[in-house]
Design a protein around this ligand. Structure first.
Ligand SMILES: [Zn+2]
Length: 423
């Protein structure tokens, strides 16, 4: 697929189009660099923009004037100065553009419309059977209806999707045993239908992106997000960016072997971590012990634990210990500064915590024992915000060379009034 032309991205040009001369091109690139720096740094003075980018103050003044005229940047404040005029601080206008982020779960969709600051101004939630044969067609319909809610003054830069499974972010293909998708070219299919860039990643990676941009991950360059719930997932942030591994397969923590000859896993093997501690495994264990009837599920098991049922609490504690030992292995390999534990499984954390901490601490290589572990409250919307952040991040990350970025950059590169994004 090609995102190379503005038309392919749903962007139509008016007037004389982009400047293509070498000086025009470098000016375009400089304008994007200035915009990115303002987006990444928050309120910043023109003189500091010039210093950071190695541009002349006159060039920065001219470029920022254009951005101010477009309404993409505004004056945030005046910094106090020692003598002379106080410096004008510039910041992004959050509402100048939007992104749609969607978390795809096997049985429901959660969507958010966010502005450039990641502020959510619209939320959607819908029951959805992602395993149905026509699920991609249906997903396209749902996305179209949500895109219709985008305010006309704030063009949509693109759609970000997060889902369980292995996502090849270069090709936009998805393989998810949980959803029954195998090498599905989801990004391509939806791009053709929506006429917008569609960026796809594993859902735990989108959660990690959200933490990196807006949460605890802002302060640390190296951290991991471990999730437990319907499955067990992992997002690895190293040097401030997501680690995808070859073909996007990094983070399949749920399929690390936990016990020999254990219960059958969705991947077809036996004894995977996910097959031992994810919600369906706990429910199966509880049914086998007679703690739950065959009609009762994970919410009943949590309710029993809350009511003081010793067997229910023991099931969660055993899972906590198994998870703690496995996370210690991750810490020993990756040496993160911070481990965030999240996912709907943490609703029973009160009964998992002690065994988790004990197993974690006793299995961490002692020199790495300074790692901080925090439990992040379960929040479906945060995953969707992370999916939207895929789009925003692509807009403001200079070293991300994925083709899909070009269409987003086309909007930023355009002269004021020359380009409109068709939604
Ligand atoms: Zn497995």
């Amino acid at each position: 697929m090609s995102y190379g032309s503005p038309e392919a991205a749903g962007v139509s040009t008016r007037g004389s189009g982009f400047r293509t001369g070498s000086s025009g091109l470098s000016r375009d690139l400089n304008r994007v660099a200035v915009l990115r720096l303002i987006g990444a740094s928050g309120p910043i003075a023109r003189i500091h923009i010039a210093q950071r980018l190695g541009l002349s103050p006159a060039t920065v003044t001219s470029l920022t004037r254009e951005l101010l005229e477009r309404g993409v940047v505004r004056v945030a404040d005046h910094a106090p100065s020692r003598g002379g005029r106080p410096a004008v601080l510039l910041e992004l206008v959050g509402g100048a553009a939007t992104a749609l982020g969607v978390k795809i779960a096997p049985d429901h969709l959660v969507g958010v419309l966010v502005d450039l600051d990641g502020e959510v101004f619209e939320r959607f939630e819908l029951k959805f059977d992602a395993t149905a044969r026509d699920s991609v067609e249906r997903l396209g319909e749902v996305l179209e209806s949500w895109i219709a809610e985008v305010p006309p003054h704030a063009p949509l830069l693109g759609v970000g999707l997060g889902m369980p499974g292995v996502v090849d972010v270069e090709r936009g293909t998805v393989s998810s045993p949980m959803l029954g998708w195998d090498g599905l070219p989801l990004s391509d299919v939806l791009h053709k239908r929506l006429g917008l860039p569609v960026l796809v990643d594993n859902d735990v990676n989108t959660l990690a992106v959200s933490e990196r941009l807006y949460g605890r991950g802002r302060e640390v360059e190296n951290f991991i997000t471990v999730t437990t719930g319907r499955g067990v997932g992992l997002g690895i942030v190293t040097g401030g960016d997501i680690y995808h591994g070859f073909g996007g397969g990094a983070g399949e923590f749920g399929h690390v072997s936990a016990v020999d000859d254990g219960p059958r896993c969705s991947c077809g093997r036996r004894g995977c971590l996910e097959a031992v501690i994810a919600d369906p495994a706990l429910v199966a264990d509880a049914r086998a012990r007679g703690v739950l009837s065959n009609r009762q599920g994970i919410s009943k098991l949590r309710a029993l634990a809350n009511a003081g049922d010793a067997q229910a609490r023991e099931i969660f504690a055993t899972a906590g210990g198994t998870l703690g030992r496995a996370v210690a292995g991750l810490v020993n390999v990756l040496s993160p500064e911070l481990v965030l534990v999240s996912g709907e499984g943490t609703e029973a954390w009160a009964y998992m915590a002690e065994a988790f901490d004990g197993a974690l601490r006793s299995n961490i290589f002692p020199p790495l024992s300074g790692v901080t572990v925090e439990v992040d409250p379960w929040d479906d919307v945060k995953w969707a915000i992370g999916a939207a952040a895929l789009v925003l991040r692509a807009t403001f990350t200079p070293h991300d060379e994925r083709q899909a970025d070009n269409s987003i950059r086309a909007w930023l590169l355009a002269e004021p009034g020359q380009v409109e994004v068709v939604v």
